[in-house]
Design a protein around this ligand. Structure first.
Ligand SMILES: NC(=O)c1ccc[n+]([C@@H]2O[C@H](COP(=O)([O-])OP(=O)(O)OC[C@H]3O[C@@H](n4cnc5c(N)ncnc54)[C@H](OP(=O)(O)O)[C@@H]3O)[C@@H](O)[C@H]2O)c1
Length: 241
């Protein structure tokens, strides 16, 4: 491949929802080339590729796939301006009991994969011509609230936040590393009115904000020269109630 991308944006698990929204926002509003990973092949993945993004299929449950993923990113990109750890799975403790495959998967997707990608793709971020270079993880605001039903999931997201703080220190001052911790962003199809009412009442700002607020947070973190090692809470003031 001769013309490799420079200053590309790399997003994991972007085949749907927030990740796919971010890919579209970058394509429509910026000049950054986009490379993303997806696990399940669905129509939205083809749509993003048709818009000009490069999609790479990867399942982080199989860690042996990771060196090949890094090689593919290096094949397409000379340098990275931003990497976003977005891939995630949301499981309760009944679905992911200790010693199960699913329990291990939480930590592979939320902790081990971001750790590996940070280390292996650091040279591509350092090669960016931009004075600002970023890594952003997507964790979860509920890490701060604690839930007795999602102990494994939330402990893996807490580990992701801590991992990002560690890399913020390790990679400073060349690369900023921050985290975004969303609370309610968008209801799922099928959520009933009672559930919606209850969720909205948990926040001082009782709105369903939509994916746009994640895009705004990403832009803030990318453009700030003075923010690293931060977890930015998108919580509508939930901590106030
Ligand atoms: N949506 C919210 O309101 C909300 C609230 C709090 C935090 N967040 C965080 O924000 C981020 C984006 O949220 P979202 O709701 O858009 O996420 P999502 O749709 O639940 O997950 C994003 C992607 O991660 C992929 N993934 C799961 N396991 C994987 C694996 N083993 N290997 C590779 N990819 C895998 C999924 O692929 P498949 O399509 O194959 O399943 C999925 O498309 C996540 O990190 C999430 O935890 C979101």
């Amino acid at each position: 491949m001769t013309n490799k991308y420079e200053d590309a944006v790399f997003i994991t698990g972007a085949g749907q929802r927030i990740g796919a929204f971010l890919v579209r926002q970058f394509i429509h509003n910026t000049d950054f080339p986009i490379v993303f990973t997806y696990r399940s092949h669905r129509a939205e993945v083809d749509e993003l590729i048709a818009l000009g993004a490069i999609g790479i299929q990867a399942d982080f449950n199989d860690l042996t796939e990771l060196p090949g993923l890094v090689e593919q990113v290096k094949t397409h990109c000379k340098s990275l301006r931003l990497m976003i750890h977005n891939a995630s799975l949301w499981l309760n403790d009944e679905q992911a009991p200790p010693l199960s495959e699913k329990y291990a998967e939480l930590f592979k997707v939320h902790v081990e994969t971001p750790n590996y990608l940070n280390q292996l793709l650091q040279p591509l971020l350092q090669a960016s011509s931009s004075p600002l270079k970023d890594i952003i993880s997507l964790s979860d605001y509920s890490v701060n609230k604690v839930q007795e039903t999602h102990i494994a999931y939330l402990s893996s997201k807490a580990a992701l936040q801590n991992l990002s703080m560690g890399f913020a220190k390790k990679f400073a001052p060349e690369i900023k590393v921050n985290d975004i911790a969303p609370a309610l962003i968008k209801f799922n199809q099928g959520d009933d009115e009672d559930y919606k009412h209850k969720r909205l009442a948990q926040a001082a700002l009782p709105i369903e904000p939509g994916y746009e607020v994640v895009w705004q947070a990403v832009q803030y973190l990318m453009n700030s020269p003075y923010t690293t090692g931060t977890s930015l809470q998108l919580n509508g003031g939930r901590h106030l109630l």
